[in-house]
Ligand binder design. Structure first.
Ligand SMILES: Nc1ncnc2c1ncn2[C@@H]1O[C@H](COP(=O)(O)OP(=O)(O)O)[C@@H](O)[C@H]1O
Ligand SMILES: [Mg+2]
Length: 317
């Protein structure tokens, strides 16, 4: 197995705060690793270590086999980082920013300009490219930051909460960008507080909380951690709800719940229960508008694992 990056036993303390308490992370070439966790979980600290911006107190990390501490200069050539801190000069235009970064990466000025124009076009910033970055909207600024991290054509890209605070349409745009990066063979580390984002993009997810990996797996594996599946039924006629409830508890042995008006759900350990429910509803002549067997959402998983949601600090604040 060939890992694009790999971290083992990373520990990082800031004074009395243990930001990372020994975490392992790895991504195979050409995949997306989602690092999912609430504010303060240690996501940015881990990314900064993998990007050579911070030294771990303990443990080690490599990018394409190169040590992030010993071979930091080489590693920097391989990675692109975009995230929660500015990489862009507010007073320069988009074009100037990207051109400057290209020159810092030893491109000739003419080549740096060509690369900058290419990226501006890809991110739909060609017109905005002539304006100072400080005039950009949040979504444009985010795209410019991402473009800045891609100037050197890095094979490994760290995206630290690339969509936090973006509206849903802009978030979907960013998801498209991540998918095309991976389609071009890059490996992506994506940190996020949004479970649906990790679900949509990541091949593998590490759930971290308080500097520790508390769960690791594919989205489907993580969903199985929260227990089995759920059957959800919406009868055509709400008057049938008590009868549906009887069928559900009769088949599964669990009391049905009503999370929304007109809908009943029941947990199932064995998916064969679903066929039994379908048959009994049919036998009883009960018509249904909706009938599904689903895995829990990643939100439910995170809650099961930690006892709190990913947005705890915001809720508390
Ligand atoms: N430079 C720093 N100095 C002191 N504490 C820090 C510093 N950077 C991060 N921390 C602390 O480390 C913990 C993890 O932070 P961080 O990695 O930024 O989490 P996340 O990105 O998941 O929100 C937090 O408690 C944070 O306050
Ligand atoms: Mg962070």
């Amino acid at each position: 197995m060939s890992y694009a990056f790999q971290a083992e036993g990373l520990v990082k303390r800031f004074g009395a705060t243990t930001a990372l308490a020994g975490i392992d992370l790895a991504a195979e070439e050409g995949t997306v690793l989602g690092v999912l966790g609430p504010n303060g979980a240690g996501k940015t600290t881990a990314v900064r270590i993998l990007a050579t911006l911070l030294r771990p107190d303990e443990g080690r990390a490599t990018v394409k086999g190169l040590d992030v501490v010993k071979d930091a200069a080489k590693v920097r050539r391989l990675v692109g980082l975009t995230g929660q801190y500015a990489s862009v000069d507010e007073d320069l235009t988009g074009l100037q920013n990207l051109t400057l970064i290209g020159e810092l990466l030893d491109l000739r000025r003419a080549d740096a300009k060509v690369r900058a124009a290419e990226l501006l076009e890809w991110f739909d910033l060609t017109d905005a490219g002539r304006r100072q970055a400080k005039t950009y909207s949040g979504g444009m600024r985010r795209r410019l930051d991402l473009a800045a991290s891609l100037v050197g054509n890095p094979g490994v890209i760290y995206l630290d909460e690339p969509t936090t605070g973006l509206d849903p349409a802009k978030r979907e745009d960013m998801w498209g960008v991540v998918r095309s990066l991976v389609g071009n063979g890059s490996t992506v580390l994506l940190t996020t507080q949004y479970l649906e984002e990790a679900d949509a993009l990541a091949d593998d997810i590490c759930v971290i909380d308080h500097g520790k990996v508390i769960a690791h797996g594919t989205p489907a594996q993580l969903k199985h951690l929260a227990g089995g599946q759920t059957i959800e039924v919406r009868p055509t006629d709400p008057a049938d709800l008590p009868a549906v409830s009887g069928v559900l508890s009769g088949v599964t042995g669990h009391e049905a719940e009503s999370p929304r008006r007109g809908v009943l759900t029941v947990p199932v350990e064995d998916e064969r229960a679903f066929t039994a429910v379908v048959r009994r509803l049919d036998e009883a002549g009960i018509g249904v508008l909706e009938l599904s067997l689903r895995l829990p959402s990643l939100d439910e998983v995170f809650f099961t694992l930690t006892g709190h949601t990913t947005r705890k600090e915001e809720v508390a604040a």
